[in-house]
Ligand binder design. Structure first.
Ligand code: F6R
Length: 245
């Protein structure tokens, strides 16, 4: 596991964006695995800047996102499709047809999971998968207890995850209770994985990820079985590791 410690959020975001730009320059038809949430926002801003400054050309890339809320239509402002369109896709030269996100507004949830896993196998796996991490160690929406053998599936969100995400909704009652997520096995299919973490709130999870064992109660620990994983964290997220080490 490579570990890169950036001074702060800005430096972490710039480093992540440079890694993605290098990947796209090396392989213009790169498949990128993308995440939503607060952590990658800075990376997306830097990528948009990179596009404007001619450092990155997204014309031939394809993207596969990790997850989507069940019940939210793509045009819902809190859906992950809306998030990606408004924080990245609309500002770069990507063909929206090349961007893939699970479709949450369907009754046929099992079928949608199968369809999405097929997308990963047909278009992917991602050459580079960007991940965030939950305070409880979740990756994608794979909560503690998820099998390391899981492929794309439906999850019931834990109260702690719903509370953490409530900041984006009008009130707690609007936070969906279910989501579609790539499974742990789907994520591990990626050729290279870069996990981002910023801020003290993530320090305990980063400590456990670096020093703990493989444990299905801590989904991010599954990454330890992958042979190309980079942790790109800022000093605040790395605090507890440094204190012990
Ligand atoms: C989002 C996702 C989640 C987040 C995680 C951290 O697509 O898959 O696992 O990466 O919840 O979220 P933030 O970055 O908001 O702290």
């Amino acid at each position: 596991m490579n570990v890169i410690v950036a001074r702060n959020y800005e430096e972490m975001s710039q480093t992540a964006s440079r890694m993605i730009e290098e990947q796209i320059t090396k392989k213009p038809d790169t498949v990128l695995g993308l995440a939503t949430g607060g952590t990658p926002l800075g990376t997306y801003k830097e990528l948009i800047k990179g596009y404007k400054e001619d450092r990155a050309d997204f014309r031939h890339i394809r993207t596969i996102n990790l997850d989507e809320y069940v019940g939210l239509a793509p045009e819902h402002p809190q859906s992950y499709r809306y998030f990606m369109n408004h924080h990245l896709f609309q500002f770069i030269n990507i063909d929206l047809e090349h961007t893939h996100i699970p479709f949450g507004k369907t009754e046929e949830l099992e079928q949608e999971c199968k369809r999405y896993e097929n997308v990963i196998d047909r278009i992917g796996p991602p050459d580079l998968q960007l991940l965030g991490i939950g305070e409880n160690g979740h990756i994608g929406f794979n909560e503690p207890g998820t099998s390391f053998d899981s492929e794309t599936h439906i999850v019931h969100l834990t109260e702690s995850t719903r509370e953490a995400n409530a900041r984006f909704f009008e009130s707690m009652e609007y936070v969906p209770t279910k989501a579609i997520t790539m499974g742990i096995r789907s994520i591990l299919k990626s050729r290279k994985i870069v996990l981002l973490a910023s801020g003290e709130r993530k320090a305990e999870a980063i400590l456990r990820l670096i020093q703990g064992e493989l444990d299905e109660q801590f989904p991010a620990s599954s990454l330890k079985s992958h042979d190309d994983i980079t942790l790109l964290v800022d000093e605040d997220a790395y605090k507890k590791v440094q204190r012990k080490g």
